[in-house]
Design a protein around this ligand. Structure first.
Ligand SMILES: [Zn+2]
Length: 338
């Protein structure tokens, strides 16, 4: 029985799982698929602050094999998405029974054990049943869509607003599509012509190279007004100050941090433009709306190249991801056979 535990930077051990006892409000889930992503790669490299030891794997789905006596809405045999973001259970909101407003949302792989293991036993509220119309691969993208929903909920923009997306990786592709779903107009900025072409294929009209012509191109795309919001994809490795250069005055800059890299931001242009800066690190609270969007085909998730593997060496996969952080062009999915 597999359980891939990160003991320290670049030290991943497979330690068989012991028997797990089930409390009345818990479900036992046989993990069937895990998406290994940039986030997991940065946990592996030590760039993200993991509370070692922790099992890796933030994005997973599985089959319910057992339910406690006080489990509602989840049944044995159902396919479920295992939520990678959970309430802490300790803050004032959590203790008052208002976990939706938890102040210290916990992330799988950093704060609690992730899912690259055969079985996960957890509170039944930490899983979401997958409708038949959401296939396994799409199910693995739920947190990405939830993440984008979280961003747009905070931006509160009106239809037609221009949103700069700085960075051209897989999450950016979801963010841009969710923008279009909300009738916003994404303006995607990246250094790679191949990445920008992928966005055009996904229906994004404004794709702008991050080069010397940037300001001129943004002026053309926004009729000289500048963008109404900017979302900086933090593992894109693009100069983050580009985001503030394309914004109009009194707008919002979102620092996207699903797989956050450390970077420095110049404060002067932010002050000059009276920019509001917010950070988003998870899709906590948006799982159900993300499932609905995927179910209704609002987002094309088949645009990603994918590889599904059953024989795997997680260290090698995560090492390879580290060299392709800014464009993570391929979904790497581990299928766990039991
Ligand atoms: Zn809490």
């Amino acid at each position: 029985m597999d359980n891939w535990i990160l003991m320290g930077p670049r030290t991943l051990n497979n330690q068989p799982q012991g028997e797990q006892t089930l409390s009345p409000e818990q479900v036992k889930v046989k993990v069937t698929h895990v998406l290994l992503s940039n986030f997991d790669a940065l946990c592996y490299s030590g760039e993200l602050p993991v509370a070692y030891p922790k099992t890796v794997g933030r994005f997973a789905i599985g089959l319910v094999t057992e339910c406690g006596d006080k489990v509602y809405g989840v049944e044995k045999g159902e396919r479920v998405f295992i939520k990678g973001a959970r309430p802490c259970g300790k803050c004032l909101h959590c203790r008052r029974g208002d976990a939706d407003n938890c102040e210290h949302v916990q992330i799988a792989g950093i704060d609690f054990d992730g899912f690259l293991r055969d079985f996960v036993t957890c509170d039944y509220r930490r899983v979401a049943v997958l409708p038949a119309g959401v296939d396994d691969i799409h199910g693995l993208c739920i947190e990405h869509v939830a993440f984008a929903e979280n961003i747009y909920d905070q931006l509160k923009l009106s239809a037609g607003s221009k949103v700069a997306v700085v960075g051209g990786n897989a999450l950016a592709l979801v963010v841009a599509q969710v923008a279009m779903y909300h009738k916003l107009v994404p303006v995607v900025i990246d250094e790679s012509a191949a990445a920008l072409e992928k966005f055009r294929r996904a229906g994004v009209y404004y794709t702008v190279p991050a080069d010397d012509e940037l300001e001129k191109n943004i002026a053309e795309a926004t009729s000289g007004m500048g963008c109404d919001a900017a979302i900086y994809i933090s593992c894109s490795k693009i100069d983050p100050d580009i985001a503030s250069r394309v914004l109009a005055r009194d707008k919002t800059l979102v620092l996207e941090g699903m797989a956050s890299l450390r970077f420095k931001l110049d404060s002067i242009p932010l002050f000059r433009h009276n920019t509001r800066v917010i950070a988003v690190t998870d899709g906590f609270g948006y799982t159900e709306s993300a499932i609905n969007m995927i179910l209704h085909g609002a987002i094309d998730l088949d645009i990603f190249e994918r590889e599904i593997i059953t024989e795997y060496d997680p260290s090698a996969i995560l090492n390879a991801k580290l060299s392709d952080l800014s464009h993570d062009s391929k979904m790497t999915i581990v299928k766990l056979i039991f």
